[in-house]
Design a protein around this ligand. Structure first.
Ligand SMILES: CCCCCCCCCCCCC/C=C/C(=O)SCCNC(=O)CCNC(=O)[C@H](O)C(C)(C)COP(=O)(O)OP(=O)(O)OC[C@H]1O[C@@H](n2cnc3c(N)ncnc32)[C@H](O)[C@@H]1OP(=O)(O)O
Length: 271
C-alpha cells in the first residue's frame, strides 16, 4: 500500500494542481451547467442526460453506453455518479451480459477529469470530487459485465483510464490521441491508476507510458497496448459488438468469478 503525506497532498492539490493543469490546457473556470445536454435516445436508469444507454440487440444482453457530456466528456461529478449508478444497475440486471462504452461526441471519447471543477475548491471538496471519479472507475473495472471500450476519438488522462477499466479496447483510426498525460498537466499519478495501467500493459510499458505522459496516435496506442485493435471509424461499433459477443459466449458464472478474482486485488490501491 502506498503511503502519502496528506498535508503535502492537500497543499499541492489546493495551491498548485488546478493552476498547473488549467494553465497547461488554457481553460477557464466558468463552466457551470454547460455540460447538461439532453438527447432523444432511449434511456435506461442512468437518471441523467449525461450518459445515454441503448440496449439494441434482440436479447438485450449487450448494452451500448454513450458518454454525453458536451463538449469533451470531461468527467464531472454528476457524470461520474451517473455512470456509477448505471453500471451498478446493469450489474444487478441479470439480463445484461456485456457493455460497450463509447461517446456521443464525434471526435472525443473523453478528456478526463473536469479540471475546471478544481478551481477555488476546498481540499475536502476536491477530495470528494476525485472520489466520485475513482468510485466510477472501480465500479467499471470490477463490473461483472464483459466490457469493451469503443474509443471513437481522443481518450486523454481520465478518458484513457476509463478505457483501461474495460477488458478490451478498440480505437477508431483518425487524428486522435490516447494517453496518460497526468505528469504533463501536473498531476502525480495515483497508485490505483498506475495499478490499472500495469494490469493492462505490464509493468515496464506502463512505466514508460505514465512517466512520459505521451499522447499516442491510434497506431502508437496499439503498439504500447493502450488499445487492442484499431479499426476504421465506421466499423468501430460493429467490431466492438463482435468482440463482446465472443466474450459473453463463455459461461457466465466461471467468467464473472474469474474476472472478480483477477481484478479485486487491485482495489487495495488508493492514492
Ligand atoms: C485526496 C488526496 C488527493 C491527492 C492528489 C492525487 C490526484 C488524484 C486525481 C485522480 C486522477 C485520475 C487520473 C485522471 C487525470 C485527468 O483526467 S487530468 C485531465 C487531463 N485532460 C487533458 O489533458 C485533456 C485536455 N483536453 C484536450 O486535450 C482537448 O480538449 C481534447 C480532448 C483533445 C479535445 O480537443 P478539441 O476538440 O480541439 O477541443 P478543445 O477546443 O480543446 O476543448 C473544447 C472545450 O472543452 C474544454 N476542456 C477540454 N478539456 C477539458 C477538461 N479536461 N476539463 C474541463 N474542460 C475541458 C476546453 O477548455 C474548451 O473549452 P472552451 O474554450 O470554453 O470552448
Amino acid at each position: 500500500m502506498v503511503k502519502v503525506n496528506v498535508d503535502m497532498a492537500s497543499s499541492f492539490i489546493r495551491a498548485v494542481l488546478p493552476r498547473l493543469a488549467c494553465r497547461h490546457l488554457k481553460i477557464g473556470n466558468n463552466c457551470n451547467g454547460r455540460y447538461l445536454y439532453g438527447c432523444n435516445k432511449r434511456w435506461v436508469s442512468s437518471g441523467s442526460d449525461l450518459v445515454q444507454v441503448e440496449q439494441d440487440d434482440s436479447d438485450n444482453e449487450i448494452v451500448v453506453l454513450k458518454m454525453n457530456v458536451k463538449p469533451v466528456n470531461a468527467c464531472t461529478a454528476e457524470f461520474n455518479n451517473a455512470m456509477t449508478k448505471l453500471i451498478k444497475d446493469l450489474d444487478a440486471d441479470e439480463q445484461s451480459k456485456g457493455l460497450i462504452l463509447t461517446s456521443t461526441l464525434p471526435n472525443v471519447f473523453s478528456a478526463g477529469l473536469q479540471l475546471t471543477a478544481l478551481h477555488g475548491k476546498s481540499y475536502d471538496e476536491i477530495k470528494e470530487y476525485f472520489s466520485t471519479f475513482q468510485t466510477m472507475a472501480h465500479t467499471l473495472f470490477t463490473s461483472r459485465l464483459a466490457t469493451v471500450a469503443a474509443i471513437n476519438g481522443h481518450a486523454i488522462a481520465g478518458g484513457c483510464v476509463i478505457a483501461l477499466c474495460c477488458e478490451y479496447r478498440v480505437m477508431a483510426e483518425g487524428k486522435f490521441h490516447n494517453g496518460l498525460n497526468e505528469v504533463i498537466v501536473g498531476i502525480p499519478m495515483p497508485a490505483w491508476v498506475s495499478a490499472y495501467t500495469v494490469y493492462a500493459l505490464g509493468t515496464n510499458t506502463a512505466e514508460k507510458v505514465i512517466l512520459s505522459g505521451k499522447k499516442h496516435t491510434p497506431r502508437e496506442a496499439l503498439q504500447v497496448g493502450l488499445v487492442d485493435q484499431v479499426v476504421p471509424p465506421d466499423d468501430l461499433i460493429q467490431v466492438s459488438k463482435n468482440i463482446l459477443s465472443d466474450l459473453i459466449k463463455v459461461g457466465d458464472y466461471p467468467r464473472r468469478l474469474s474476472k472478480e478474482r483477477l481484478r479485486k486485488e487491485l482495489l487495495m490501491f488508493s492514492l
